[in-house]
Design a protein around this ligand. Structure first.
Ligand SMILES: [Fe+2]
Ligand SMILES: [Fe+2]
Length: 139
């Protein structure tokens, strides 16, 4: 097999300066890294499904955390941000439906999508709530 795919590494620039949320983002990174590892461990569809299920459960919990603060703080960017979360949910559902016979190809595709989306989301959309969350005393 070609060179092993690089795992996601946390960078300080991803921080939203709120420990609870940074920890959740790190946990999402860890789950994606588990997915990357699984590709090289001759994964089975069942094993992969287990990781994907835990990812789905955890991202649901994570989005709910952010959205709860939006509501609590009357965050002006809430609706746009919630739309982005919903778009992610739809995209992930669509990708999951493609989960066919070729487990490895599917896993790579999924990792590409998750990595692109998560990092992009962390660095742009999530950063936008930082002033609001700080103003309300989160840290
Ligand atoms: Fe978000
Ligand atoms: Fe987030």
């Amino acid at each position: 097999m070609e060179e092993k795919r690089k795992k996601l590494e946390w960078e300080e620039s991803y921080s939203v300066q709120v420990k609870e949320i940074d920890d959740q983002h790190k946990k999402l990174f860890a789950t994606i890294n588990e997915l990357i590892d699984s590709i090289y461990e001759q994964t089975t569809k069942e094993h992969l499904n287990g990781i994907i299920d835990s990812l789905i459960i955890y991202k649901r919990f994570h989005f709910a955390t952010e959205e709860r603060y939006f509501k609590e703080f009357n965050y002006s960017g809430a609706q746009d941000h919630i739309n982005k979360h919903n778009m992610f949910n739809e995209k992930l559902d669509a990708i999951q439906k493609e989960f066919g016979a070729d487990t490895v190809t599917f896993a790579f595709k999924l990792v590409d999508f998750l990595e692109d989306w998560l990092i992009q989301h962390l660095m742009t959309v999530d950063q936008q709530y930082v002033p609001c969350f700080k103003e309300h005393g989160l840290k």
